[in-house]
Write a protein that binds this ligand. Structure first.
Ligand SMILES: Nc1ncnc2c1ncn2[C@@H]1O[C@H](COP(=O)(O)OP(=O)(O)O)[C@@H](O)[C@H]1O
Ligand SMILES: [Mg+2]
Length: 398
């Protein structure tokens, strides 16, 4: 995204410009943006990517299920830079030596003289594995002059990335900027731009109230307003069937057609990316109906369909739907998903995740899945995560 497309983030874009100039001069700096989903963290990393002319760029993005994959973020960013071998060799040393070995290798790689400076853009660091954060921390704490700099983004929760960035900031090795919602003026401007200027005063007021300055929600509000200028919005305001947290109403996003709501809810319980057929089976929507729903939600920019899978276009979209489900229903949905995954013999880590969220105890299949996942992490060099899964397996025995 160019600076001209970003509203009200002059402070953030100036910090990026400064960080890039410092990095060009060989200062190993780090800049982090923190904020709730939808506030524009990734958009700022896009801006940094465009602005860093003459740099080698490595970009990566944490994913929810990746937090337990040791060195996952580091491997991703190194692969993007075409330097996978530098860290890959860590997998050849025994488990307990892997972290110090990889830290040394990364430091060696980052401090090597190179033709162009490098910039690592690390998105969604709240979903980073522990090992990658430890290595970036070690590098920044050790080196002030080096040709590799970092710009990252994370949400305040889970708090591992916040703790990591705060620690660097206390050592004066990183700057953190917390993103705030847009002002009422900028929010109105965004809605008008995305709704092609067709909104009246009442709708603008509603957008302001419902979206609370969150750019992503403002875009979806404008889009849904374009679809149903009258009905959907007045319904959304008064709808009590679907409980929602204060803030934007989920009906504004997905409407209130029961099959669509049920399908979207089960999908949100499954995860950011979900198999269309499993969600169809669990939500009781027949295959053809499921395809129509996925098509419809894709046209509304809420999902991307990709073969037999579909994915929420943004974590916030999924969260809003997930948060609108009553807690007991949510737990039942996790259990039903687990049962279906077990029936078809799905990937154990996904099964284990749903068994935990569904609070399944005394279920043999849940115990086996948790044990298998623990064993996999143990063999993969992540003993702390392995221990957590073995403990989960034990707890599920009771
Ligand atoms: N300040 C802004 N001005 C205009 N559009 C924005 C702004 N911030 C975010 N957006 C748009 O809002 C959407 C969500 O932003 P995104 O960067 O994905 O949020 P985050 O990464 O914080 O979850 C994107 O379409 C983005 O282009
Ligand atoms: Mg993002």
């Amino acid at each position: 995204m160019t600076a001209s497309g970003i509203l009200e983030r002059h402070g953030a874009t100036s910090l990026i410009d400064i960080a890039i100039e410092r990095a060009r001069d060989g200062d190993a700096s780090a800049l982090f943006f923190s904020g709730s989903p939808g506030l524009g963290k990734s958009a700022l990393l896009d801006y940094a990517c465009e602005s860093a002319t003459g740099f080698d760029i490595g970009r990566c993005c944490g994913i929810e299920i990746g937090t337990d994959i040791a060195f996952g973020i580091l491997n991703q960013v190194m692969a993007h830079m075409g330097a996978s071998d530098e860290i890959e060799c860590a997998s050849r040393v025994p488990n307990v030596e892997r972290l110090p070995f990889a830290a040394r290798e990364f430091l060696r790689w980052a401090t090597t003289q190179r033709q162009r400076p490098a910039l690592l853009l690390l998105d969604d660091l709240h979903w980073s594995d522990h090992e990658s954060l430890a290595i970036f921390h070690h590098y920044l704490a050790c080196r002030k002059r080096a040709p590799v700099s970092l710009i990252g983004a994370f949400r305040p929760w889970p708090e591992n990335a916040t703790t990591f960035a705060n620690s660097l900031s206390r050592m004066r090795r990183a700057e953190i900027l917390e993103l705030r919602p847009l002002s009422a003026g900028a929010a109105r401007q965004m809605v008008v731009e995305h709704a092609d200027g067709e909104l009246d005063g009442a709708a603008l007021e509603e957008a302001e109230l419902a979206c609370q300055g969150n750019p992503l929600l403002l875009i979806h509000f404008a889009k849904s307003y374009r679809r149903h200028p009258e009905t959907e919005h007045s319904r959304a305001r008064h709808c009590e069937e679907i409980p929602s947290k204060p803030g934007p109403n989920v009906v504004t996003l997905i409407g209130d057609e029961p099959k669509t709501v049920n399908y979207a809810r089960v999908a949100s319980v499954f995860g950011a990316k979900f198999p269309v057929s499993v969600v169809s089976q669990v939500s009781g929507v027949e295959a053809r109906g499921a395809i129509e729903i996925v098509d419809k939600l894709s046209r509304w920019s809420l999902l991307h369909a990709n073969g037999s899978f579909a994915e929420f276009t943004h974590a916030l979209v999924r969260e809003l739907i997930y948060d609108s489900i009553p807690e007991l229903t949510r737990r039942e949905m996790h259990r039903a998903i687990f049962a279906e995954l077990h029936r078809i013999g799905y990937e154990p880590s996904v099964m284990a995740y749903h068994a935990v969220c569904g609070d399944l105890r005394g279920n043999q299949a849940a115990v086996e899945a948790a044990f298998l996942v623990g064993d996999r992490f143990w063999k993969g060099g992540s003993p702390a995560t392995a221990k957590t899964w073995f403990e989960t397996a034990l707890a599920q025995l009771s």
